[in-house]
Ligand binder design. Structure first.
Ligand code: GLA
Length: 734
């Protein structure tokens, strides 16, 4: 969802540099997009880079002669290239010929963000396109999207309607993208762009970030680096099916296209109707990928996460602790346990409604299962209040099961193709509701609203979605609108979330979708965070959270301490290491505390207390990635620094336990104030003797230049020794 400036401080016609062709800059504190506007022609994108000092015409004069890189290429004359927009006119004409239809305008909102619009129109047909650029100066991000309007009297078919095209040049450009699958989210892939087309896409229909991500980085100066080189970051803000394409020619010219996936998705644009594409957020740095991530994090927290500028609570989620096997005494005991360990919230996961003893039934039948919870949700919120913790609850509102009452009463509410049998998913019975249908939207809003209104102490909702669209077909949409199903599903979902948010603005909502299936800024506007992965193995989480940190801030990443052997990988990782990894994100627990020893609970209590002392730095601070898990150097290291640079948390994880491993035991730090002095305190310390620098003071300059030597294994009694080693150092400015 785009945040179009609501309060317009003033509206002006843009002042452009005088000469013809004219140049139109969109500017943030550190970056600039410059369009070239020739008298009547559609604009070309001339420049995306650091803010140009001095006369803008320098850019024009230095550009390759005769080069024309359309800001928004459409299918029309010279159709051999790739295009972002393709339409079929009522008379069958498949071409567009866009020219400028007026002067660009800009408006500035109360946050100082500037929306620039450039009106274009077809030379002959009544179709117009507005290019939008919304610049966030402080966050160094520019969002861009288009509005396509049918001003005629007959429908126009939109065959392809991508959000943006970004041309860039480099003979050694690299693409960084994320890939994965369920339980293996957030893997990082770096590849050199070679002539041809690279496509990144997702067509799950519901959960769009398991196998691929709609966010990429483009490094223009060779292999991606955290700290050097020109890097463009691009994120498509769309929770549904998407496609990103990078087209590369033999002369180092590239175009990045990003938008809604066009497959089976043509849209019938009615007379007077405007189709607005989702936005693409662009950011730029000439000091590597780290700065691009920090820009995305600042912008994401400020504009695309609910309550993104506030820290999130420390919670215990019941899933891996008891799975479906919930009941009142177990829930109350877990509340007591998380309260005793200093946590702030207990979340009851799946299994509380209908007759849901496994994953094969009851979705849609959202009445409390009184066999398990005789005193209902109220009984649980009472228990939580008594123990001084908040209460949260799991729901999966977009789904039903074929044996559920909801489906029996409303078989026409599920996604299903005409004259085909239903296709069932999880548990052999799961079906996806058709959110294109306003009745389904109302049902979901009403269900969630009733739950929250009747139980005003519910502070947190885990909103899950555990099935893909398994068949193409809306029983609600007319025959000529079937191709709009997926887009209308996601518009329906956005509307549902906005209606719920409007009534319950303070409730925290987690986006979960079979783990990390909904890590996307198109969906997060109405969510406080997302569940990174159903894989809670600390070792694997180092990779998943690292990958996702390219685009998403730690405040958004649910990161839980879980049991060993881990329920997905069966790896046994010491509790300290599990705690330390979980403390790199939004700390929580995903475990049955009753299965822990008192010593283990005490350790977690200490970790939670310590985390409270610096979570603002982790969740709201600046991230510096130091040693990547994907470089296989036997060590992973990262740090967060507060915006004021007065506090920092440094993490070091040993991931290779071979005795001979050449470890990176000395990691130069980043982001600190070189002129400040910082006192070092180890967090979650377990060694018999403290680190040599415990309590000592170092200058920021020294830490940046040299780092501190890590003791690579824990100094423990024989018999207590563990195979993994991890360190957290708190640095406090003196
Ligand atoms: C999904 C989620 C899990 C859990 C289960 C419940 O798999 O990712 O965290 O909530 O559903 O069925």
């Amino acid at each position: 969802m785009k945040k179009i400036p609501a309060l317009l401080a003033f509206s002006v016609t843009f002042l452009m540099s005088g000469a013809t062709p004219r140049l139109l800059p969109m500017t943030t504190f550190n970056s600039q997009i410059i369009l070239k506007l020739d008298s009547a022609a559609a604009p070309s994108l001339l420049y995306f880079g650091p803010v140009v000092k001095g006369d803008l015409n320098q850019v024009l004069d230095a550009a390759p002669e005769g080069e024309n890189t359309p800001a928004y290429p459409v299918y029309g004359n010279y159709p051999e290239g790739e295009s972002a927009l393709s339409v079929t006119m009522p008379d069958g004409n498949m071409t567009l010929d866009l020219i400028r239809a007026g002067e660009p305008e800009s408006v500035v909102d109360n946050n100082g963000n500037t929306l620039t619009t450039i009106p274009l129109a077809d030379r002959h047909y009544p179709v117009s396109v507005t290019l939008n650029y919304l610049a966030f100066p402080k966050e160094d991000v520019i969002e861009t999207w288009v509005d396509i309007t049918n001003n005629g009297k007959k429908p126009v078919i939109l065959d392809r309607f991508e959000s943006a095209c970004l041309p860039f040049r480099s003979t050694d450009a690299w693409l960084t993208s994320l890939y994965g699958t369920w339980a293996n989210e957030g893997r990082v892939n770096n590849e050199k762009l070679t002539p041809g087309m690279k496509v990144i896409q997702n067509k799950d229909g519901v959960r769009n970030s398991h196998t691929s991500h709609a966010e990429v980085m483009l490094s223009l100066d060779g292999k991606p680096s955290e700290t050097s080189g020109r890097v463009i970051g691009a994120a498509l803000l769309y929770g549904g099916n998407y496609r990103l394409r990078v087209v590369t020619d033999d002369h180092g010219r590239h175009q990045l296209f990003a938008g809604i996936h066009p497959d089976e998705s043509s849209w019938k644009l009615m007379p007077g109707e405007t189709f607005s594409t989702p936005a693409v957020a662009l950011t730029y740095s000439n000091t590597g990928m780290g700065a691009v991530s920090r820009n995305f994090h600042r912008w994401g927290r400020q504009y695309h996460l609910a309550h993104g500028t506030e820290v999130n609570p420390i919670l215990l989620n019941s899933w891996e602790g008891v799975y479906f096997n919930i009941d009142e005494p177990k829930m109350a005991a877990m509340m007591q346990d998380i309260a005793d360990m200093g946590g702030e919230l207990f979340v009851m996961d799946d299994g509380w409604f209908g007759q849901r003893d496994d994953d094969s039934s009851s979705l849609g039948d959202w009445e409390v299962d009184t066999r398990k919870l005789p005193h209902g949700i109220k009984g649980l919120t009472d228990e939580a209040r008594k123990r001084g913790v908040k209460f949260g609850i799991w729901v999966e509102p977009e789904m039903t099961n074929s044996n559920a009452r909801l489906y029996k009463e409303h078989p026409d509410w599920v996604i299903k193709a005409a004259n085909r049998d239903i296709v069932e998913g999880r548990g052999g019975t799961q079906l996806v509701l058709d959110l294109a249908n306003p009745k389904v939207q109302d049902f979901i809003v009403n269900m969630v609203d009733t739950l929250l209104t009747n139980n005003p102490e519910i502070a947190y909702v885990k909103w899950d979605a555990n099935a893909p669209v398994m068949q193409h077909g809306s029983q609600y949409l007319s025959a000529d609108r079937q191709s709009e199903m997926s887009i209308r599903y996601h518009r329906g979902l956005t509307s549902v979330m906005e209606r719920i948010r409007a009534k319950h603005p303070d409730v925290a909502i987690q986006a979960c979708a079979s783990g990390g299936g909904r890590a996307n800024y198109g969906i997060l506007d109405n969510f406080d965070e997302f569940w990174v992965s159903d894989n809670t193995d600390a070792f694997q989480r180092l990779g998943a959270q690292w990958g996702l940190s390219y685009f998403f801030p730690a405040v958004a990443m649910g990161s839980h301490i879980s049991a060993v052997p881990n329920h997905t990988t069966f790896r046994v990782v010491p509790l300290k290491f599990r705690c330390d990894v979980a403390m790199t994100g939004r700390l929580g627990m995903e475990i049955q505390p009753r299965d822990m020893t008192q010593q283990e609970r005490d350790f977690c209590k200490g970790a939670i207390e310590a985390y409270k002392g610096f979570r603002d730095v982790v969740q709201l601070g600046d991230l510096y990635r130091l040693v990547s898990p994907f470089d296989n150097r036997g060590v992973v290291s990262l740090m967060y620094v507060s915006p004021a640079k007065d506090k920092s948390v440094f993490y070091w994880f040993r991931t290779n336990n071979d005795y001979s491993a050449p470890l990176v035991t000395r990691v130069p730090m980043e982001g600190l104030d070189p002129d400040a002095s910082y006192k070092v305190t180890e967090i979650n310390a377990i060694d018999l003797k403290p680190l040599p620098y415990e309590g000592k003071v170092f200058t920021g300059r020294f830490l940046i230049d040299n780092g501190l030597e890590m003791r690579p294994s824990h100094d423990l009694e024989w018999g207590e020794k563990v195979d993994y080693c991890s360190r957290i150092l708190l640095l406090e400015k003196q």
